[in-house]
Design a protein around this ligand. Structure first.
Ligand code: NDP
Ligand code: OXD
Length: 306
């Protein structure tokens, strides 16, 4: 039996070595150098090349190396798709969005620019107490982020597909619930998975429900925001700022208008990255149970798409 690692834009050799050390008797190889595709029963993927997954006729489990599975475009019939759920992944996301919000609340993005121009211009700032945060997607990561922000003193609300009750978070669901929540937040954080329903959800019509001057943070997936609408809402002042960690096309093309857009800050999809040490137990568990569907962890419901 063997394991294949199918990574694009992600370093694979350290994962290969780590798994090989844990399973000396199993062949662990990196795509495209797979010596015997018929022996592969388990693949670990991050943005696999189109069609690559179809090369393994005896595949049993596709393991996403991250929380999202939208980067996997093909799940052969009878194969189970699993993802990562991990405390460190949630905690790192919490640290990241907190950093983004505090930088805006305390005007650090402006002061950084003004320092270069030798401008001394004190400005009013926001405090955590009284700042309202809305989170689209209060699953494993969104609920963790929301509850930790609430513990700091932020006023937190969250939106999901199904109705929920979570300590510290005022919960909304359904289309009307989304607009109701958006109408009363200063910071909107997107932590939705990418599905047919969440594609383009951060569009002009929906974001117009936010109060004027709200700030948008997208750390979910790029195709959830409509590029031209974000530019228009920033230019009109409806959004006071936008932070993007994810993009419709990654890496962001060099000629994309976002690079020079006033009020927009960005990072190269690094808000929270699966840590090998933290996720290896789940990966090896799922490899060891590839023949026992009911024992697999964090299985994707292919009807829901997440
Ligand atoms: P979960 O599946 O645990 O949570 C998803 C949440 O989104 C759930 O609350 C779900 O509702 C809600 N949701 C899904 N579809 C809809 C919909 N149509 N309408 C309303 N709510 C919806 O995912 P995770 O929290 O583990 O991860 C979320 C996403 O974060 C990942 O899919 C990935 O895209 C992104 N991510 C980004 C990272 C980065 O570095 N930028 C790192 C890690 C993750 P319900 O609870 O009712 O099912
Ligand atoms: C993930 C990510 O889905 O890093 O885990 O985007």
């Amino acid at each position: 039996m063997s394991i294949a690692i199918l990574f694009t834009n992600k370093e694979a050799e350290s994962w290969r070595q780590y798994i090989q050390d844990k399973h000396p008797g199993t062949r662990v190889e990196i795509y495209p150098d797979i010596s015997d595709p018929a022996s592969v029963e388990y693949v670990i993927c991050w943005k696999p090349e189109a069609g690559a997954i179809a090369e393994y006729p005896n595949l049993k489990v596709i393991q996403s190396a991250g929380a999202g599975v939208d980067h996997i475009d093909h799940v052969p019939h009878g194969v189970t798709l699993c993802r990562i759920v991990d405390h460190k992944l949630s905690h790192d996301m919490y640290e990241f969005v907190l950093m983004v919000m505090l930088a805006d609340m305390k005007n650090m993005n402006i002061y950084r620019d003004e320092q270069r121009q030798r401008v001394w211009q004190p400005r009013p700032y926001r405090s955590i107490d009284g700042t309202r945060v809305g989170i689209l997607g209060i699953g494993q990561i969104g609920s963790y982020v929301g509850q930790h922000l609430a513990q700091l003193g932020f006023s937190v609300s969250g939106w999901s597909r199904s109705a929920k009750m979570l300590d510290g978070i005022t919960c909304y669901h359904g289309e009307r619930g989304m607009h109701e929540m958006m109408g009363q937040v200063d910071y909107l954080i997107n932590l939705l998975p990418l599905t047919d329903e969440t594609r383009d959800i951060l569009n002009k019509k929906n974001l117009s429900s936010l109060p004027r001057g709200a700030y948008l943070i997208n750390v979910g997936r790029g195709p959830s925001h409509v590029d031209a609408d974000l530019i228009e809402l920033l230019d009109s002042g409806h959004l006071s700022g936008v932070f993007l960690d994810v993009f419709r096309q990654e890496p962001l093309p060099e000629d994309h208008p976002f690079w020079h857009q006033a009020g927009l800050h960005m990072a190269p999809h690094v808000a929270s990255v699966s840590d090998i040490d933290a996720v290896m137990e789940t990966i090896m568990h799922n490899y060891d149970h590839r023949d026992q569907q009911s024992q697999l962890r964090y299985v994707i419901d292919t009807n829901k798409g997440y």
